[in-house]
Write a protein that binds this ligand. Structure first.
Ligand code: ZN
Length: 441
């Protein structure tokens, strides 16, 4: 049955003829709030609430295109014709948790919120979760009538915001929102300064630097009652607007928020597409989930590097290019080509970065650095940065020492000591920016 559903989805997700945004959608946003729950053996999706928010900040072309599969998909169909009219893909903290031992012993629930353009006519929304074989594990379909009186209108919520970068109208640009977390009322000046630093971090790295005129960045000054995130491992709990904390899944550096519905509430007055939660703390930490959010601590020495790395996850769906050594978790099974653009299991390498490899480069490619800790002590930053630009197929990626491969020895998605994305990540960021801004290449 699952196989039939998957085949049906693939058939329906074939590139549709270019369609006019105005034919099916108005310039407003339909916000969908769900709860994802379950355990490692069975999962469910439940709808919580629908909202209507002014303006639509997302793409207005390539609407029915599945650009990256992600770990979950929303497919929107016109009810009358059955035609696929919009696709949104993403990953979830819930699915990360499903890999934890806790998920074999306990059923838990996670909040999720997504924006799609507001339909003019009734639609059917199919939401699917997929596993690391890219197979559908959970599916839920629901009907939405745009005239439903229970769709709650939302808008200006009184939370101040200001543009840090304003390159154009929201219909033309990628709209990033930076949301304050763990900043008290008298720390708001610091928040806006930190937002300037965050924007500087992103736009000092290529390829973002050359594409800055395609981005808007808006800072949303949500006030917390107490300063700094919670630190459960140190017994510290703070009353903050997004209840962020370290020790997510008991990993001390994993700093996240689970208050996703609340996060979207804070953004109800601001048109946005991508979210950076800027968390007021000097302690190292963060996280990034493709098309959900990225969280970054504001004052650690590696602030810029971590922020850009996590943004690579949340914005462009890039995978981690590092590994945990000999760890036996099969994050990326050998019978499946990962959907992330910057790693491969060699299952279907032809559709990855084969075209960027110089003729004669062996696959897999032998690294020139055998001990990274020694290299980082003995090599200059310029020497390390050189390693980001030689494209090959280096074993060790996606947390796995064996069986998963990365495009460069070093990359922004691998280690903090280098500045640059490798050519494969760079190409992926440019391509997804074209996709988000509706540019047909
Ligand atoms: Zn890379």
């Amino acid at each position: 049955m699952k196989q039939i559903i998957l085949s049906l989805l693939i058939a329906l997700a074939l590139p549709a003829a270019a369609q006019n945004f105005d034919e099916y959608f108005e310039d407003n946003t339909l916000r969908l709030d769900y709860v994802f729950g379950g355990d490692s053996t069975s999962q469910y999706i439940q709808l919580c609430q629908l909202y209507k928010q002014p303006r639509w900040a997302g793409r207005r072309a390539r609407l029915a295109e599945t650009f990256l599969l992600g770990n979950a998909q929303i497919n929107v169909f016109d009810s009358a014709s059955g035609r696929l009219i919009y696709v949104h893909t993403f990953s979830t903290l819930f699915q990360e948790w499903l890999n934890e031992t806790e998920a074999t012993q306990l059923r838990r629930a996670f909040e999720a919120s997504y924006n799609i353009p507001f339909p003019k006519k009734p639609i059917d929304i199919r939401i699917t979760l997929t596993d690391n074989h890219n197979k559908v594990t959970t599916v839920m379909t629901h009907h939405v009538d745009p005239k439903d009186i229970l769709i709650r209108p939302i808008g200006d919520n009184g939370i101040p915001y200001r543009y840090i970068v304003k390159s154009g109208d929201i219909s033309q640009c990628v709209d990033l929102a930076i949301v304050a977390e763990g900043y008290t009322a008298d720390q708001m000046d610091k928040f806006y300064r930190d937002c300037e630093r965050a924007a500087d971090a992103i736009f000092s790295h290529e390829p973002f630097k050359s594409m800055k005129d395609r981005f808007n960045v808006v800072a949303v000054g949500a006030v917390s009652n107490e300063s700094g995130p919670s630190e459960p491992g140190r017994g510290i709990w703070h009353d903050t607007v997004l209840r962020s904390h370290y020790d997510t899944f008991y990993s001390d550096r994993y700093l996240t928020t689970s208050a996703v519905h609340r996060l979207f509430d804070l953004l109800s007055g601001v048109p946005f597409e991508h979210i950076i939660v800027l968390i007021n703390t000097p302690r190292y930490g963060g996280g990034g989930i493709y098309n959900q959010w990225m969280c970054s601590s504001s004052d650690h020495a590696t602030f810029k590097q971590v922020l850009v790395h996590e943004f690579g996850h949340s914005y462009a769906g890039l995978a981690d290019e590092y590994n945990y050594g000999d760890n036996h978790v099969e994050w990326y099974p050998s019978d499946t080509e990962p959907w992330e653009p910057n790693i491969t299991t060699l299952r279907d390498f032809d559709r990855k970065w084969k075209d960027l490899i110089k003729a004669g480069t062996p696959v897999p490619t032998s690294p020139t650095i055998t001990d990274y800790n020694t290299a980082r002590r003995e090599m200059t930053t310029a020497q390390l940065n050189e390693k980001t630009q030689r494209v090959g197929v280096f074993e060790g990626a996606g947390y796995m020492a064996r069986g998963a491969y990365r495009p460069a020895e070093l990359c922004r998605m691998n280690v903090n000591e280098v500045d640059d994305f490798c050519p494969v990540c760079t190409r992926a960021i440019i391509a997804i920016t074209d996709f988000y801004t509706g540019t047909v290449k």
